[in-house]
Design a protein around this ligand. Structure first.
Ligand SMILES: Cc1cc2nc3c(=O)[nH]c(=O)nc-3n(C[C@H](O)[C@H](O)[C@H](O)COP(=O)(O)OP(=O)(O)OC[C@H]3O[C@@H](n4cnc5c(N)ncnc54)[C@H](O)[C@@H]3O)c2cc1C
Length: 503
C-alpha cells in the first residue's frame, strides 16, 4: 500500500451531484478530494450526456432573468413565461411517480431547487432558455410550457466543464482512474476510504465521505438480478462506470437500500446507437421521441402501445420498457410524408438510422418484420382512423376506433409516400434503486439512524423517482442533494472539532 493521504471530505464520483457536493464542501472551508473511476477524457458521468435540461420552481420570467442575466429587455418582451410554482413541481413529481416519491425528499428537492440554481450561478455555472421543444411561437411571441424552460449552457458538456473549472479554481483535488473500493469505519464513524488509485491500493483518511457515484445502470448482471433478465439487453445511454459500486460499498457498512430497485428510466433510442454512451458523441442525440406522430410496429408486424396516449413527456420513459418486451427488443417507428417535417431534430441527424420507400409494401420488404402482417396492421390502422381536427400542439382527441391498442390522439392515416421506418430499441438511462438518505443527505442505516460521516447525492439516493420522473429532475436532484451533502458534511466535521472528539 502507498503513503496515506488525508482530506476533510472525500467525494466519490465526478458527475453533477459529486461536483456540487465538492464545491459546497470547499466553500465551507473543507479540504476536498474527488475520486473518479473513469479517465479524465471520460469524466462527468451521466451528467455529461444530458441535454442539460434542469427543472426548478420559479415565479415568472423575472426569476429566470436572475440566473440568465443575458436575457435582454427586447428578448424578454417576446417571451410568455408561465410561473412554475413549488406546488406544481411537487404535484408533477407525485403524478409521475404515482404518489410513491418520499414526501420529505420530494419537498426538499422542490423547495431548494431555485436557491440551488442561484447558488450554481454564483459558482459560474451558466444557463440558457430552451426555445426548441419547450416553447412554441404564436403571433411573434414565444410561449413556454411544461415547467422546463432552462438548460445548462452547452448542455451536459458545458455543465461538466464549468463545474470542473470551478472545482479547480477552488483548489479541489481530483483523482482520475481512481475508483473508491471500500469505506472504513471506526467506532461507528467514517474513518477512511480505500481507493484503487491508478491500480495502486491507496488509503485516504477522512472524517466524511459523500457517495455520488450513480446507481447500477451500467451493470448488466445487477440489472438482470433486480429488474428482470430482459434488462441485460437494454443498451446504455450514458456512462459505462455507474456499476453500483457505491451501493455495494454503502450496504457493506449497513446502509439501508431504498427506492424502486426493480425499475429504471428507459426510452426508445436508435437501434444502432452505441451499446454504451460514447464520450466522443455527447448530447442526447440518439433518442427518438416523435412516436406520438406515427405508429410503432414490432418484428411480428404488430402494434403494441397507444402511441398517442399523451404528450411524449408523459409516455417516453415508460415506452422504452415496452420496446424491450418486443421480439429481439426492437420496434420500428413508422411515419409518412405528412408528418415527416414535424419530427424532432434528432431524426435529421446523420447518426439517425432510417429506411425510406415510396410504398408500404417496399418499406416492409426492407425491414426485419413479418411482411404480410406489417402491411395488414397499417391497413387496419388506416381504416380505424376517425375524422376530427388534427392538432399536434394539443391533445386533439383525433383517435382510432375498433383496434387494440387504440391510438387516442394525433391519429392520421399513413397514406402519403414516401414512407419512413426508424428502428428503435430500449435505451437505459438510470436505475431508480438507491440508498436511504434524509434531507440533510445523511445516509441512514437499517434502523433509520444516520451513519456518522456518510452522505449521498444524485442517483445514489433512492426513493425520489418511481416508475417515471418529470424530465429535468435528475440534474436538479443531484445539485440540491449535492449542495446539501457538502454543507452537512462540513457542519459535521466542525461539530466534531468543536467537541474535540476528532480521531
Ligand atoms: C443520455 C442522457 C440524457 C439525460 N438527460 C437529462 C436531462 O436533460 N436532464 C436531467 O435532469 N437528467 C437527464 N438525464 C439523467 C441524469 O443524467 C442523471 O439523473 C444525473 O446526471 C445523475 O447525476 P449523478 O451525479 O448522480 O451521476 P453521474 O453524473 O452519472 O456521476 C456518477 C459518477 O460516478 C463515477 N463513479 C462510479 N463508480 C465510481 C467509483 N467506484 N469510484 C469513483 N467514481 C465512481 C462515474 O464514473 C461518474 O462519473 C439524462 C441521462 C442520460 C444518460
Amino acid at each position: 500500500m502507498s503513503e496515506a493521504f488525508n482530506y476533510d471530505v472525500v467525494v466519490v464520483g465526478a458527475g453533477n451531484a459529486a461536483l456540487c457536493a465538492a464545491i459546497a464542501s470547499r466553500e465551507n472551508g473543507a479540504s476536498v478530494l474527488v475520486l473518479e473511476k473513469g479517465p479524465k477524457i471520460k469524466r462527468g458521468g451521466n451528467s455529461y450526456f444530458t441535454d442539460g435540461a434542469i427543472r426548478f420552481a420559479f415565479n415568472g420570467l423575472d426569476d429566470l432573468r436572475v440566473v440568465i442575466p443575458n436575457i435582454t429587455d427586447e428578448e424578454a418582451a417576446k417571451i410568455v413565461m408561465p410561473s412554475y410554482t413549488k406546488e406544481k413541481y411537487y404535484n408533477d413529481l407525485m403524478e409521475a411517480t404515482k404518489k410513491q416519491s418520499d414526501p420529505e425528499l420530494a419537498n426538499h428537492l422542490v423547495n431548494k431547487s431555485y436557491e440551488t440554481i442561484k447558488w450554481m450561478q454564483s459558482h459560474k455555472i451558466s444557463f440558457d432558455l430552451i426555445y426548441d421543444n419547450q416553447s412554441f411561437e404564436k403571433n411573434g411571441k414565444f410561449h413556454f410550457w411544461g415547467g422546463l424552460p432552462v438548460k445548462t449552457s452547452r448542455k451536459g458538456v458545458g455543465l461538466i466543464q464549468q463545474l470542473n473549472d470551478r472545482a479547480e479554481e477552488l483548489g479541489i483535488d481530483v483523482w482520475y482512474e481512481s475508483p473508491a473500493v471500500k469505506i472504513n469505519m471506526k467506532d461507528g464513524e467514517v474513518n477512511s476510504i480505500l481507493v484503487d488509485k491508478q491500480s495502486e491500493e491507496t488509503l485516504v483518511e477522512t472524517k466524511s465521505i459523500i457517495l455520488a457515484c450513480g446507481s447500477f445502470e451500467a451493470n448488466k448482471k445487477l440489472r438482470a438480478k433486480y429488474m428482470g433478465s430482459e434488462w441485460e439487453h437494454a443498451i446504455l445511454r450514458g456512462t459505462e462506470f455507474n456499476t453500483g459500486d457505491g451501493l455495494s460499498m454503502a450496504m457493506e457498512v449497513g446502509v439501508q437500500p431504498f427506492g424502486q430497485w426493480s425499475m429504471g428510466h428507459a426510452i426508445g433510442t436508435d437501434a444502432n446507437a452505441p451499446k454504451v454512451g460514447d464520450f466522443t458523441k455527447p448530447g442526447d442525440i440518439f433518442k427518438k421521441h416523435s412516436y406520438p406522430l406515427g405508429i410503432m410496429i414490432n418484428k411480428d408486424g404488430k402494434r403494441f402501445v397507444n402511441e398517442g396516449a399523451d404528450f411524449r413527456n408523459y409516455t417516453y420513459a415508460k415506452y422504452g420498457r415496452e420496446i424491450l418486451k418486443q421480439p429481439s427488443n426492437i420496434a420500428y417507428q413508422i411515419y409518412d410524408q405528412q408528418v415527416r417535417p414535424m419530427l424532432r431534430a434528432e431524426y435529421d441527424r446523420e447518426e439517425a438510422t432510417f429506411y425510406q420507400e415510396d410504398s408500404i409494401e417496399e418499406l416492409a420488404a426492407k425491414l426485419d418484420v413479418e411482411q404480410q402482417q406489417f402491411i395488414k396492421t397499417i391497413k387496419k390502422y388506416n381504416n380505424s382512423v376517425q375524422d376530427g381536427d388534427y392538432d399536434p400542439t394539443v391533445k386533439d382527441g383525433k383517435g382510432t376506433k375498433g383496434i387494440t391498442p387504440p391510438k387516442s390522439n394525433w391519429a392520421l392515416k399513413i397514406e402519403k409516400g414516401p414512407f419512413y421506418a426508424f428502428p428503435v430499441t430500449c435505451g437505459m438511462t438510470f436505475c431508480f434503486g438507491g440508498i436511504k438518505a434524509n434531507t440533510n443527505a445523511e445516509v441512514l442505516n437499517e434502523d433509520g439512524m444516520p451513519i456518522k460521516g456518510l452522505y449521498a447525492a444524485g442517483e445514489m439516493i433512492g426513493g425520489i423517482f418511481y416508475e417515471n420522473y418529470p424530465g429535468g429532475s435528475g440534474l436538479m436532484s443531484g445539485a440540491v442533494f449535492g449542495k446539501t451533502a457538502g454543507t452537512s458534511s462540513v457542519a459535521y466535521i466542525k461539530d466534531k472539532v468543536k467537541n474535540n472528539i476528532v480521531n
